[in-house]
Design a binder for this molecule. Structure first.
Ligand SMILES: [Zn+2]
Length: 89
């Protein structure tokens, strides 16, 4: 990735995609495991496509990110970027 592309991505993160305000830099802090799925879940047992975002541990997990206090939106990084996916849509 070129330096100009990196700079552009950083700039995009600092601006709220919903209202255009400058986002606050900080950490999204979670006590234990978190998951991601395209479908909503109610219970903690699941099958299918659910993906663990961070493993269980006794200490807090701090995801670096940005938030918009107006829109109540948080954008956070949950791991290292997959460089093999670079350039994909
Ligand atoms: Zn906003």
């Amino acid at each position: 990735m070129k330096v100009a592309e990196k700079r552009e991505k950083k700039t995009v993160l600092e601006i709220c995609p919903l209202c255009g305000s400058k986002m606050e830099k900080g950490f999204y802090i979670v006590p234990r495991q978190t998951w991601w799925d395209a479908n909503e879940h109610t219970w903690l047992w699941f099958k299918g496509t659910i993906e663990k975002i961070n493993p269980f541990k006794m200490t807090l997990t701090n995801f670096p990110g940005h938030r918009c206090k107006i829109c109540k939106l948080i954008v956070f990084q949950y791991g290292e970027a997959d460089s093999s996916a670079e350039g994909s849509p």
